[in-house]
Design a binder for this molecule. Structure first.
Ligand SMILES: [Fe+2]
Ligand SMILES: [Fe+2]
Length: 311
């Protein structure tokens, strides 16, 4: 059984739960509340005292979960920023998790769409939420799958916020979904080859480069024939490693739309920090020198000014 997780911090006492609730103890899940039971304050306090931070619902209840999120969103403006951050982390972690397990399933795509929409609403009017998401998703990620999950979440949040600030005609929903999916083929690689996602391109040999450079196409391939997948999203996934210098891959393009260039830059920046473990400020300084030519200078300057405010 697969589970969707929800942070207790996002729950107000008195909530009637629209799904069965499970609590994880060790490696086991225990049925805690029935659908339509009340999450009263005594129950919430008891769980908090025991150190329980999350509860779980069965992923087959994902429609009920989406309805629940819809209701939460209606009143989102009433919540403090800490609750909004938790809500954004919940949806993006669940989306990235589903995508890494089963990228080409319509359920994963729908949840990514939903999450992208929520992230737009959550990060749009706040200067601190993006920082909160990025900081929390990077901490505690030790195994490779969790680190890729953190990288997907951060790339989504950073590219949505940056694209929004550019005040351009970028389709925020498409860039958000594409960011969720950009490295989803990670799960298709062997354990040995998965390590390439955490290796500097400069340190790869020819064979490793060939394997690694196949990942954008692999991320697109399973979605290509699906009617639910948007063409613009597929194109953005395919081009996320391209650079305007022609030095990117797989097609060595020299012309990118603003949307493609933004996703490529945000994914590049976050790979350096979250996957390669470099210091954010040092990465930003290096980008302004080493990536001139790979991205338009004007965009690099805007990216630097943007990140300084939020990270
Ligand atoms: Fe990538
Ligand atoms: Fe990436």
């Amino acid at each position: 059984m697969n589970f969707i997780s929800i942070r207790l911090t996002t729950i107000s006492p008195g909530l009637i739960v629209p799904f069965n609730v499970y609590i994880k103890v060790g490696n086991n899940f225990f049925h805690y509340l029935h659908e339509n039971d009340e999450f009263d304050s005594t129950r919430l306090d008891r769980l908090r005292i025991k150190g329980v931070k999350k509860f779980h619902i069965n992923s087959t209840d994902e429609i009920k979960y989406e309805n629940f999120l819809g209701q939460q969103l209606e009143n989102i403006h009433l919540n403090p920023e800490t609750v909004k951050t938790s809500l954004a982390l919940d949806v993006s972690e669940n989306s990235a998790d589903m995508i890494l397990k089963d990228a080409n399933n319509e359920k994963s795509y729908t949840l990514a769409k939903f999450s992208s929409d929520i992230l737009q609403k959550v990060v749009a009017n706040s200067d601190t939420i993006l920082r909160g998401i990025v900081t929390q998703s990077r901490t505690g990620s030790t195994d490779l799958a969790s680190r890729i999950q953190a990288h997907l979440i951060n790339t989504v949040s950073i590219s949505i916020k940056f694209a929004d600030e550019l005040k351009s005609n970028i389709n925020l929903n498409a860039i958000g979904i594409a960011a969720f999916y950009h490295d989803s083929s990670f799960s298709q690689f062997s354990v040995q080859d998965q390590k390439l996602f955490f290796k500097d391109l400069k340190e790869m040999n020819a064979q490793e480069l060939t394997i690694y450079k196949s990942h954008p196409e692999k991320s697109v391939s399973g979605l290509q024939d699906k009617s639910f997948a948007d063409k613009e999203v597929l194109e953005l996934i395919m081009t996320h490693e391209e650079k305007v210098s022609g030095g990117g891959f797989p097609r060595k393009l020299t012309k990118l739309t603003l949307s493609q260039e933004v996703l490529s830059l945000c994914a590049f920046y976050d790979r350096e920090v979250t996957c390669l473990g470099k210091n954010p400020q040092e990465v930003l300084d290096a980008i302004m020198i080493e990536q001139v030519g790979n991205y338009n200078l004007d965009l690099l300057k805007k990216f630097k000014a943007f990140l300084k405010k939020y990270l």
